[in-house]
Design a protein around this ligand. Structure first.
Ligand code: SPV
Ligand code: MG
Length: 290
């Protein structure tokens, strides 16, 4: 079964998929063990991993390399965050070929101009493409996919750009008309009302995807009560969890002037061996090292 078919099968079987951000094969493996339905190959997380702002500075090659490494280490379907598609529709054609081959199940492509500005920053200079131009990018994506199950998710940043619900609905309808399989509506409002209002007003057939980072009280209960939302992406919680843990542990080591106290509070080296699948190495040593 192709990765895209697996994602579609999961969607058919469950009303709401929970997708966790991943910035490495290890984070993807942990997402799998925690029970998530898939991983989000987040541009924000990978940018942060490199210590860079999420402003189209990470290249497609860097993102693809990480996605390939993730795909080798998890059976979870991967939703690839391809930002603006790395340029115009011609760049998008190239990107779709590459991401499909790399093992992605879906791509999310957003209607901002290239280079993009990270969405959640206060006072961000957010510029959107003309609707027709973005429709061309979507049509290019759909014409390029060779696996009909490969999902093309159109993300509108109309609310992020402060253009209001009417513009967001108009764009979402235009993107569905261009063939998008799903619509991702993004918002940086601190409460769910903006997204809830959009979802209530949406009368298209395409299911909705959300990333409730700015409005964290939008939990499964509230999402299900709204209906129409098929996927929730936790956009940056893997990297934020890592930063929280590292800050805490590093500070304690410096305070204690040693690792004698922290040792019992962090995962053991044996747990890392398990995650690295050292048990398989042991088996292979027995079998093959003469
Ligand atoms: C990402 O995780 O890269 C996203 C979500 O696109 S956000 O950072 O909120 O734009
Ligand atoms: Mg992103």
């Amino acid at each position: 079964m192709s990765p895209a078919k697996r994602l579609r099968a999961r969607m058919a079987e469950k009303r709401l998929l929970h997708i966790m951000a991943a910035h490495s094969p290890l984070s993807a493996r942990l997402a799998g063990e925690a029970g998530f339905d898939g991983v989000w190959a987040s541009g924000f997380e990978l940018s942060a991993l490199y210590g860079l702002p999420d402003m189209s500075l990470i290249s497609m090659t860097q993102h693809l390399d990480m996605l390939r490494a993730i795909a080798e280490h998890t059976s979870l379907p991967i939703i690839a965050d391809i930002d603006t598609g790395y340029g115009n529709a011609i760049n998008v054609i190239h990107a779709i070929r590459q991401y499909q081959r790399a093992g992605a199940a879906a791509v999310v492509i957003e209607d901002k101009t290239f280079p993009k500005v990270t969405s959640l920053i206060i006072g961000g200079r957010q510029e959107l493409l003309r609707v027709e131009e973005f429709q061309g990018k979507l049509r290019a994506s759909i014409a390029t996919r060779t696996d009909p199950d490969f999902l093309v998710i159109a993300r509108t940043e109309a609310l992020i750009a402060g253009l209001g619900e009417e513009e967001a609905l108009k764009r979402a309808a235009a993107y569905e008309a261009a063939g998008a399989d799903m619509i991702l509506i993004h918002s940086k409002q601190k409460t769910p009302d903006e997204v809830e209002s959009f979802v209530r007003a949406w009368n298209g057939k395409a299911p909705i995807v959300i990333i409730p980072t700015a409005y964290p009280e939008m939990n499964e209960h509230r999402i299900k009560a709204l209906g129409k939302i098929a996927v929730v992406i936790y956009g940056n919680h893997a990297i934020r969890a890592s930063v929280t843990a590292m800050k805490d542990v590093f500070a304690r080591i410096m305070k204690d002037r040693g690792v004698h106290n922290i040792n019992q509070d962090i995962v053991s080296v044996e747990e890392l061996f398990r995650l690295q699948q050292m048990d398989q190495v042991k088996v292979d040593e027995q079998l093959f090292l003469a």
